[in-house]
Design a protein around this ligand. Structure first.
Ligand code: MEV
Length: 442
C-alpha cells in the first residue's frame, strides 16, 4: 500500500525521528509540534529513560496535575492524600469532605478480604466423571509443579490458596474452569498469578496426556487472572449523631440534610442511570489515588463496576439513618499493591507512597476507600444543597481566564464579577474585552 500515513519499522526508529515523521505526516505545523512535544521531555535523560520504559513508541510525556488533599483522618491517623486527576473541583471537594469529617471522628475503615483470583479456561471432551474423579490428583500435580514459582510469595506470607474445578457445561458445551485463589501480600500480584496459572495449565495438560496420550481429552483455551475480585474488599464509613452534621447551604438544617442525602443515595441504589454517575463520582477519588500511587486504574474500575452490577447495577455506597445517627458507608473491591510494578519505578508514584508513609497494600486499600467515600460525600452534599455547578463554575471560570490570558488584576475583577452571574466562555470574554477597552480605549 502506498499510503503516506502508514510506516513500517516505526518501533525501531529513534525517538526524534518518530516525532519528526508523525509531525510531518499528520500536522500542518510540524515544527511547532516537534518543539512542543520535546519541551515535555524530562530534563534528565536518565529519568526520561525510566518513563520511556513503561510503554512503547513513546514520543513525549503527557502531563497531568498532581495534587494533594490534606486533613484526611483515617482510623485515627492523619494523611495528606496524593491525587492525580485532570478534573477541576475533585481535589478541592475531597479535601473539604475530609475536613468536614475530621471534626466528626474521621473516616473509619475495615479490610474485609484480600483474595485475588485467576482462571484457566479449558474444554474437556471425555466423560465428565473422569475429570471430576481425577481432579484431586491433577490438583496435587499442579500445586507441586508450581511450588518453585510460589516460594518467594510464600516466604512473604502469601501464595496459592486453592484451585477449584468449576463445571460450566450448562452454559457452554465442554467448558470447565480452574478457579484459583491467591494471597499476594503487598503486591498487586498480576505477574505472580499469571505465571502460576500458565503453570497450572501446563501441569493439567501433562497430567491427562500421561493418562490418555495424544487423545488426552483436554484443550486449554487460556489462562489469565480475573480482574473481578469481590473478596479483595474494603469498607469505609463515616458516622455521627444527625444533629452534629450542622447547618448546610441552601437553608437546610441537619435533619433535613440527612434525609435528603439518604434519599439521594437510595435513588442511586435503585436507578442504574443515577448509579453510574454516582459511582463515577466515587471513582473520581479512587482513580486519582490509584494513579498517584502507580496502580492500575483500569483494573480497579472494571472490578468496581462488576461488583456494583452483582445484583443489577447499583450504588457502591449506602446510607442509614437510625436512632438519630447518620451512617454513610462504601464497600468496594480494591486489588492494589504497594510493591512491584510502577509503584517503585515511577518517581512520583514512589513519592506518593512516601507521602502516605509507605503503606502496606491493606493500608493503601483503606486510604483509597476513604478517599472514594469522601469524594462521594462531597458530590452528593453539593447535589442536594447548592447544586454541583457552584463549585464547578469557580474552577471553570479560572480555566477560561487562563485560556484568555487574563492578568492577576483581571482575575480578581472577574472572580468578583461572576460571583453571582452565569459563567460561560462568551460572557467571560465579553467581560474581559469591555474591561480592557475601559483601561486602554485604543
Ligand atoms: C462529576 O465528575 C461527578 C458527579 O457527577 C458525581 C455525582 O453526580 O454524584 C458530581
Amino acid at each position: 500500500m502506498n499510503d503516506k500515513k502508514t510506516i513500517s519499522g516505526f518501533s525501531s526508529m529513534r525517538k526524534r525521528d518518530k516525532i519528526k515523521w508523525m509531525a510531518k505526516t499528520f500536522f500542518t505545523d510540524p515544527e511547532a509540534v516537534i518543539h512542543e512535544l520535546s519541551s515535555y521531555w524530562h530534563s534528565s535523560d536518565e529519568q526520561q529513560k525510566i518513563l520511556d520504559g513503561f510503554s512503547e513508541n513513546t514520543i513525549s510525556n503527557f502531563p497531568m496535575p498532581f495534587g494533594v488533599a490534606p486533613n484526611f483522618l483515617i482510623d485515627d491517623k492523619t494523611y495528606c492524600v496524593p491525587m492525580v486527576i485532570e478534573e477541576s473541583s475533585v481535589v478541592a471537594a475531597a479535601s473539604a469532605a475530609a475536613k468536614f469529617w475530621m471534626s466528626r471522628g474521621g473516616i473509619h475503615t475495615e479490610v474485609i478480604g484480600t483474595k485475588k483470583l485467576g482462571q484457566v479456561h479449558f474444554l474437556w471432551y471425555k466423560d465428565p466423571e473422569i475429570l471430576k474423579s481425577t481432579f484431586a490428583k491433577a490438583k496435587e500435580k499442579m500445586l507441586k509443579e508450581s511450588a518453585s514459582i510460589e516460594a518467594n510469595m510464600k516466604q512473604r506470607g502469601g501464595g496459592i490458596l486453592d484451585i477449584e474445578l468449576i463445571d460450566l457445561t450448562k452454559s457452554k458445551e465442554n467448558y470447565y474452569q480452574l478457579k484459583a485463589s491467591f494471597e499476594t501480600c503487598d503486591s498487586m500480584g498480576a505477574n505472580f498469578i499469571n505465571t502460576c496459572l500458565e503453570q497450572f495449565a501446563q501441569s493439567l495438560k501433562n497430567f491427562y496426556a500421561a493418562h490418555f496420550g495424544d487423545n488426552s481429552g483436554i484443550e486449554i483455551i487460556m489462562s489469565i487472572l480475573s480482574n473481578y475480585t469481590p473478596e479483595c474488599l474494603v469498607k469505609a464509613w463515616v458516622e455521627c449523631p444527625i444533629e452534629d452534621l450542622g447547618e448546610f447551604k441552601g437553608g437546610l438544617n441537619a435533619a433535613a440534610f440527612a434525609k435528603r442525602f439518604k434519599d439521594a443515595i437510595d435513588i442511586a441504589e435503585i436507578d442504574p442511570y443515577r448509579a453510574a454517575t454516582h459511582n463515577k463520582g466515587i471513582y473520581n477519588g479512587i482513580d486519582a489515588v490509584v494513579l498517584a500511587t502507580g496502580n492500575d486504574f483500569r483494573a480497579i474500575e472494571a472490578c468496581g463496576h462488576a461488583y456494583a452490577a452483582e445484583n443489577g447495577y447499583s450504588s457502591l455506597s449506602h446510607c442509614e439513618l437510625k436512632d438519630g445517627n447518620f451512617y454513610f458507608y462504601l464497600e468496594v473491591p480494591l486489588a492494589i499493591g504497594t510493591v512491584g510494578g510502577l509503584t517503585s519505578l515511577h518517581p512520583i508514584a514512589k513519592r506518593s507512597l512516601e507521602l502516605l508513609e509507605k503503606p502496606s497494600a491493606k493500608k493503601l486499600m483503606r486510604i483509597i476507600a476513604a478517599t472514594g467515600l469522601a469524594q462521594n460525600f462531597a458530590a452528593v452534599r453539593s447535589l442536594v444543597t447548592t447544586g454541583i455547578q457552584e463549585g464547578h463554575m469557580k474552577m471553570h471560570l479560572q480555566n477560561i481566564l487562563v485560556q484568555l490570558k487574563a492578568t492577576d488584576e483581571e482575575f480578581e475583577k472577574a472572580i468578583s464579577h461572576f460571583q453571582d452571574r452565569m459563567v460561560s466562555f462568551a460572557a467571560v470574554r465579553e467581560f474581559l474585552s469591555k474591561n480592557r477597552k475601559l483601561i486602554s480605549p485604543n
